[in-house]
Design a protein around this ligand. Structure first.
Ligand code: FMN
Length: 184
């Protein structure tokens, strides 16, 4: 297995972080790997916002949890509570990817997040793609968070990736090889 395939195989979603912050050099390398992602018609409809501000992360996390708690279907809220009650799992930093919407921007957003996850893994930084951050952008504080995160006008929350050092590790999921089909 070459280095790239090994990083892909080693990546897993970390849900338990230590408080120590990755170095700016590593965070910058991850952010630069992010923006090397392909995008439909090379529109690059994204920003890559590295958030190290603890107070801002806590505000976003609290708002997302409160939004989830008040949903009619509280099963997601309950699942997070069963996992320890922290949407961000104690991660010291995150990358938020706002996008400018077009037909491909959600796909572009997924690809950029995978670049972030793989670059982080290659540097020994644990990570998890965190779509549920979106919940903080559905309620009354959405505009406040867009402003505090510096979203350009017209950009909406796309996705986020939590980053840090793993407190406990887990194995990558077992891939289902039945999903691969060769037609010859
Ligand atoms: C688009 C997307 C959104 C996700 N959102 C969350 C999330 O909000 N919280 C979380 O703990 N994991 C989230 N995940 C991680 C998945 O649950 C995880 O990738 C899946 O369970 C497979 O596990 P693995 O990443 O360890 O292989 C997300 C993954 C993707 C691709």
């Amino acid at each position: 297995m070459n280095e790239t395939l090994k990083v892909i195989a080693d990546r897993y979603s970390c849900r338990d972080y230590r408080p120590d912050m990755p170095s700016d050099d590593k965070l910058r390398a991850i952010a630069e790997a992010a923006i090397q992602a392909p995008s439909g018609m090379n529109r690059q409809p994204w920003r890559v916002i590295v958030v190290k501000d603890k107070a801002l992360m806590k505000d976003i996390e609290d708002e997302a949890m409160s939004y989830l708690k008040n949903l009619e279907d509280s099963s997601t809220y309950q699942r997070i509570m069963d996992r320890g009650g922290a949407l961000f799992y104690g991660a010291p930093c995150m990358i938020v990817v706002p996008i400018e919407q077009n037909d491909y921007s959600l796909i572009d957003c997924g690809i950029i997040c995978q670049n972030i996850a793989l670059a982080a893994t290659s540097l020994g930084i644990a990570n998890v793609i965190c779509g549920l951050t979106n919940m903080a952008f559905k309620g009354e504080r959405a505009d406040e968070f867009r402003r505090r995160l510096g979203f350009p006008s017209g950009y909406v929350f796309g996705c986020s990736v939590l980053l840090g050092y793993a407190n406990t590790t887990k194995a990558p999921h077992t891939p289902d090889k039945e999903k691969i089909l060769f037609i010859e």
